[in-house]
Write a protein that binds this ligand. Sequence first.
Ligand SMILES: [Ca+2]
Ligand SMILES: [Ca+2]
Ligand SMILES: [Ca+2]
Ligand SMILES: [Ca+2]
Length: 476
Amino acid sequence: MKVILPVLMFVLTSFGVYAQINFSATSLPPAMYGCGDWVTIDSSTNERAILIGGETANGAPGTNGAVKLMSQDSNLNWIEKYNFYLQADEPRTAFFYENNYVYIAFVTLFQELRIFRALMDGSANFTEVYSSYDIGYLRATITAIDINDDGFEDFLFSGYAYTGNTPDVGLIQNNGDGTFSSASPPANIPPANAGYYESGFLDNSGRKHLVIISAEVDAVFENQGNGVFTQVFVLENTPSRVHVAIIDLDNDGLNDISVTGPNGTSDSGTMLFKNLGNLDFQNYNSAYTGLPNTYYGETEYSDLNNDGYMDAIILGKLLDNTLITKILFGSDNFRFFGDEYIFTDQMGNPINLSSGTVDIHDYNSDGKPDVLLTGRAIVDNDIEPQTWLMTNTSTLSIDEFQQVSFTMYPNPARDIVSFKGIDAIKSVEVFNQLGQKVLSTKDAYSINIESLSTGMYLVQVQDANHRTFQKKLVVK
Ligand SMILES: [Ca+2]
Ligand SMILES: [Ca+2]
Ligand SMILES: [Ca+2]
Ligand SMILES: [Ca+2]
């Protein structure tokens, strides 16, 4: 085990747990087996448009694979902003922003790879800058990562063999002038045969590293620069054909890894890997995390109830083929045993999707994250593609005001810390800077902290209504 880096835990400053979690549903053009993303189209206003694509009818390939950008007009209606007119289904995307342009790459079910770019002036006026209709692989995966360390993001892709080809890796290199060329990928990056490539910042090197989930290898590859990649960590018990999220799940400033699967044949479920620093990770299985065994879907994360803990937004199939689409609220770092929220449509019927996507963005800038869901629903025993924009209409607790009067004293402290301003305290928990619980007590309005060594701690108080209040405590 490598040394744990000193980390900054207390980035959580203001707390206002919502009194009532709620989302209102807007139906958008349907898509399943596809993509759902928020793409910035205007750099001056930060306006983001919704990228939706995939099959729009039951299993029909070809012309149904349209991918569209949707944006709001002045009446706040969602309108089609741009249509990419892809040739085939199951689009997978990767995008990046460079020199005031947005670049979007697509790979589709049958060997199509196309790259578009648009000036970020709000017009979403895209130009195709690269196209291939014969990349050799179907069900490809693609990610944006600067492979040759020249400061320009490239597109790395892979897929499983089509008509007898061996699985292989492809690289479309960014020439830095808006053009792209096919190039030789680094020799030591394995193909993601029926798998997944994801890239992201996992340390402070400034380079994106690579997470590969495939039939051959599940591992983190360190990007050492200049095209040199080295396998540094094996992601144990991860299934192939999955979704990978790279996100900081415990607010320690280091991005963690979530891998969602399996194929429906095992019970490994969603695996979480806590980033310990130095590209070392700690594995948490579903028995620990409380995340269900979903497959054919995605799990993404956001603190939707504003309590300082990341919540999991889960879309997919359970092993018994039940479809679930819901929020599991985080109750502790990497643990989701709390309450849940079931998404419903305008009529109040539960939304249950598989083979789709979850994406989160505060599109209306009200400070509350909204959720975009795409996928495959079963309606009257028929397959029906659906897309839902779930606008977060949660109401702030009236206890916001009480929180202002929530006091913890003395602070700094050495022996006893007391609390005022919360009715019916149910529990008090104290966490150190590594997020480990070091003290707890129940039904008390004070806590003895004599056993704690000097330093900064996080005190979390919960009231009888499961509302959580947090404050930093300095032990002297
Ligand atoms: Ca590059
Ligand atoms: Ca983290
Ligand atoms: Ca939360
Ligand atoms: Ca919002």
